[in-house]
Design a protein around this ligand. Structure first.
Ligand SMILES: *Cc1c(COP(=O)(O)O)cnc(C)c1O
Length: 294
């Protein structure tokens, strides 16, 4: 799939002689948005090949992965079960409402149990309750997801730097594997990187050069400042590109801050991977009573 990149025009970019391009993964599907489409692609093929009738996966109440899995399962005539962290809150927020409306069965577990979700005992309990299922890990990151993420970049993506938001590290692993040896891949973790995250990415990738910049998580996943909301709305107005509050909004603030601080040498070209996540803006708007693009 060929995905277009859109060049950004801002005074700071002109002043610093940097070209910034946004690869619009957010535009590839209305519901299986952004990187999740790539991460699901080969898992769906595998699940069907192995004859599974049900997908089961995990996520928080605002998870883009839950929405993408619910819709992808429906499109592929599979049942889906979402194991959701925390208690049920009614009415459902827009994320979980969408998942339910698209046939996902929601199963709530306590935060303590959620931590045990990858253990054999916990999975056996789920199997006793729901029957056999194809398991997608939290955030959908596994070998097949990375194989899918390796298809995000194509030969036309020749920029010197590639910036990618990081949750589980699955998406950036695919990008690292496809980037050429002249390109530097920079990850922006949505929460301050743990040792495990780095270990996972090293394990999923060949030995290309990449780095993480941890200074732009702005307090982590659900933390949203007035400044961030204002930035996202202003960016939408001037560039016509909607950003989300968890990953791409914070990363764009970070990338432009790096430009302002002369992180990128003059004359460089930077590719910003827009991983989607816009479904989350609805829930965030509702929760905070603010306006956000979607
Ligand atoms: C899930 C998600 C990510 C994180 O992807 P990982 O492969 O888990 O690192 C980044 N951006 C958006 C918009 C996402 O929904």
């Amino acid at each position: 799939m060929k995905i277009e990149s859109q060049e950004i025009s801002l005074p700071i970019l002109k002043e610093k002689d940097i070209r910034l391009f946004v690869k619009r993964l957010d535009k590839i599907h209305p519901f299986i948005s952004g990187n999740k489409w790539f991460k699901l692609k080969y898992n769906l093929i595998e699940a069907k090949k192995l004859g599974y009738k049900t997908l089961l996966t995990f996520g928080g109440a605002y998870s883009n992965h839950i929405v993408a899995t619910a819709f992808a399962a429906k499109e592929n005539c599979l049942k889906s079960i979402g194991v959701i962290r925390g208690e049920e809150h009614l009415p459902l927020n827009p994320t979980l409402r969408f998942a339910r409306e698209n046939g996902m069965e929601l199963h709530y577990v306590s935060r303590a149990d959620y931590r045990l979700k990858a253990t054999p005992i916990f999975l056996d309990k789920l199997k006793a309750q729901f029957g056999d299922f194809y398991l997608l890990p939290e955030g959908g990151a596994n070998e097949l997801a990375i194989k899918g993420a390796e298809e995000i970049l194509d030969a036309s993506d020749t920029q010197d730097y590639i910036c990618c938001p990081v949750g589980t590290g699955g998406t950036i692993s695919g990008i690292i594997n496809t980037a050429n040896s002249m390109q530097q891949v920079i990850g922006f973790p949505a929460i301050k990187g743990s040792g495990d995250l780095l270990k996972d990415v090293i394990c999923w990738t060949n030995d290309k050069y990449f780095k993480f910049i941890n200074s732009y998580s702005y307090g982590g996943y659900a933390k949203v400042s007035k400044e961030l909301i204002q930035f996202i709305n202003e960016f939408y107005k001037t560039q016509d590109i909607p950003l989300d509050t968890v990953y791409t909004g914070k990363m764009m603030m970070g990338v432009l801050d790096l430009v302002a601080k002369d992180y990128f040498p003059k004359g460089s070209a930077v590719l910003f991977i827009h991983t989607g996540g816009l479904q989350g803006n609805k829930g965030m708007s509702e929760r905070l009573g603010v306006k956000l693009p979607s």
